[in-house]
Design a protein around this ligand. Structure first.
Ligand code: G6P
Length: 612
């Protein structure tokens, strides 16, 4: 949610900022801007639209020269996406510029107070209140800018990742965070700051993760971190694991397609070293210290948002099946605000691709405050949720850039599968059953590889349905969450209204919608519920609904009832979400492309939702 980037060093900053913003664009893309300090001037350029529009304007106007600067790509919270509301924002005299990710919650009160003091506001943003507040503090105290920023931040309620540069000090970049992620990249005589690692990878692998309530002052000669309360801190430099190749499209037209196609490898990476076929066990290093507590848990509460919430639902089925521990799945945003009843013996497990989702992070903090063990299933190494949970398991799926989550979902389900099987060790599964389960898990990447060959077929199906206005997705058991995920994928990238439902629930409402204009996607794998699902397919076919079914290889029984039948490799029932979701990802992708939608940057969405 909004991406910010900053640089101080010896290189020309224009390209560093613009490339950085392009890498951060999945966080927000309604407007963008940069501010550069050079030759006694602060030059700001910002405008509505994508980063590419900003790049085009700057190319035709001539690049901004300078070796110190900040940039921003916006996901609007307060105020329309227009030129005025775009960041950076400057103070009245234009001496300093600021970019901000987050929400200044008390901006109304600050704005009123500052207006009374004579400040005029050019934008409708909450951010501008912070800019004028810093200015006001500086005027009143004559303190150096970094100190004025720190003191102003003590008056702010809300969330922020900010970066500030000033014409008065061309050797100064200030950054601070509270609730919005910020990483510092350390180079030779140069420093970078960014909302996440994507803009840093091509410049440095040495990073410092800033924590909430920390402010960093960067000069070409070094950096110093303090708390907002002014306590000096020593920070550890860590090594970044990302590769540049991982954050580029590598010949694919879209990140989403690349990430769908990468799933055999991301799943292999996720299970590497963890799935021990010879020893007939699962090894999850990140959970070793808490395993006894987890095994003894009375209840597991899984909190997440979006696609991660769908993975959580699969996790509920998995953990209850294998560990026989009751599981509750909560939207993180609901959990945090209803004073949840947590008891001794509860474990809160959160799932997040980014590790930065504000509501999911708040769920972690709520649980910790009540003394509950918190576990994280997170993709982004070093992210806030990864650092704040007591223990956890990384996905190792590699960076996911497409806003619609794909490879993170399958890796999340795989990690939850491994956690469930770990909990079943010497408990609910015999050695032979465990061996059978592990063998089936190990075959999943190859089966995904095989089913990706259906891409062409799915493209043809997409062609038939590209003008649909509605879609219904139905599944049962382990595949009910997949129905939800299939519907979410379609609606978020193609803007077709789609709903996911448990297949049997169809009779309690959605059946009223069925007519020949309603495509219905059934997940009808040959498992315990197959016959029931076939009855549901009959019911839809009888009402002229147009059925697309996903079923097992070799199953010809559905052909007479369905418009299209997608046959995928067979696996154990508990592993089927790892396969059944893939054709749904591809179907959504192709429909969206055919409708001319921007697949990687769907309207109004952002990949990392760091505001409530
Ligand atoms: C946003 C993204 C989704 C994602 C959700 C949760 O809505 O667009 O793709 O599933 O946030 O994000 P997280 O990073 O916590 O998994």
């Amino acid at each position: 949610m909004c991406g910010i980037v900053g640089y101080i060093g010896g290189q020309q900053v224009n390209d560093i900022l613009l490339t950085g913003l392009q890498r951060l664009e999945y966080r927000g893309y309604d407007s963008a801007g940069i501010a550069i300090v050079a030759e006694g001037q602060l030059k700001v350029h910002k405008q509505k639209g994508k980063v590419s529009d900003l790049v085009a304007t700057l190319e035709s106007n001539g690049q901004l020269q300078g070796t110190l600067g900040i940039g921003h790509t916006r996901w609007a919270t307060h105020g329309f996406p227009n030129d005025e509301n775009a960041h950076p924002h400057t103070n009245v005299t234009g001496s300093f510029a600021l970019v901000h990710n987050g929400i200044i919650e008390n901006y109304g009160a600050l704005r009123q107070k500052l207006k009374q003091k004579g400040y005029t506001f050019k934008s409708e943003t909450d951010t501008e209140a912070l800019v004028h507040l810093i200015d006001d503090v500086q005027k009143a105290t004559s303190l150096p800018l970094e100190e004025a920023v720190r003191q102003a931040l003590t008056q702010v309620v809300g969330t922020y990742g900010i970066a500030v540069v000033s014409v008065e000090d061309p050797d100064l970049l200030i950054a601070a965070r509270m609730g919005s992620p910020l990483i510092l990249g350390v180079g030779e005589g140069e420093y970078f700051i960014a909302s996440d690692a994507a803009p840093l990878v091509e410049h440095t692998r040495q990073v410092v993760y800033l924590n909430d309530g920390e402010l960093v002052v960067l000069r070409r000669s070094g950096f110093e971190v303090r708390t907002i309360d002014n306590v000096k801190l020593e920070k550890q430099i860590t090594e970044l694991e990302w590769d540049l190749e991982e954050i580029e499209k590598s010949g694919y037209e879209h990140f989403m397609l690349k990430e769908i196609m990468e799933q055999p490898e991301s799943l292999e990476n996720c299970m590497r070293g963890r799935l021990r076929l010879e020893e007939n066990c699962i090894n999850l290093g990140g959970l070793i210290e808490v395993m006894d507590d987890l095994r003894a848990a009375e209840r597991v509460i899984i909190c997440a948002c979006g696609t991660s919430w769908h993975a959580a639902l699969v996790g509920e089925y998995l953990i209850e099946k294998f560990a026989r521990i009751p599981v509750e799945v909560e939207y993180a945003s609901e959990f945090r605000y209803r004073n949840p009843i947590l008891r001794e013996g509860d474990v809160v497990l959160v799932i997040s691709q980014s590790g930065e989702t504000a509501d999911t992070l708040a769920a972690v903090r709520e649980a910790k405050q009540q003394g509950i063990l918190t576990l994280g299933v997170v993709n982004t190494v070093g992210s806030t949720i990864a650092r704040e949970t007591d223990a956890g398991v990384y996905l190792h799926a590699g960076p996911e850039i497409g806003v619609a989550s794909t490879k993170a979902f399958t890796a999340q389900v795989l990690v939850l599968t491994m956690i469930a099987l770990k909990l079943a060790e010497n408990r609910t599964l015999t050695d032979a059953e465990m061996a059978e389960a592990l063998r089936a898990v190990s075959q999943i990447p190859d089966k995904v590889r095989k089913l990706l060959e259906l891409d062409k077929e799915l493209c043809n199906i997409a062609h038939s349905y590209r003008f649909a206005n509605n879609f219904l997705y139905l599944g049962r058991g382990f595949n009910f969450p997949v129905a939800l995920e299939g519907a979410l994928k379609l609606k978020e990238i193609s803007y077709i209204h789609a709903e996911g439902y448990p297949a049997a629930e169809m009779k309690h409402g959605p059946i009223a919608l069925i007519d020949r204009f309603m495509p219905v996607v059934f997940i009808a794998m040959k498992d315990r519920t197959y016959d029931k699902v076939v009855s549901n397919i009959e019911e839809v076919a009888a009402r002229q609904g147009s059925v697309i079914a996903i079923t097992d290889e070799g199953n010809g029984e559905l052909d007479k009832l369905c418009e299209y039948v997608i046959r995928i490799p067979h696996t154990e029932e508990f592993l089927s979400p790892l396969l059944t979701v893939v054709p749904l990802q591809l179907l959504s992708y192709h429909v969206a492309v055919m409708r001319g939608c921007n697949v990687d940057q769907p309207r109004n969405l952002a990949k990392s939702v760091t505001v409530e």
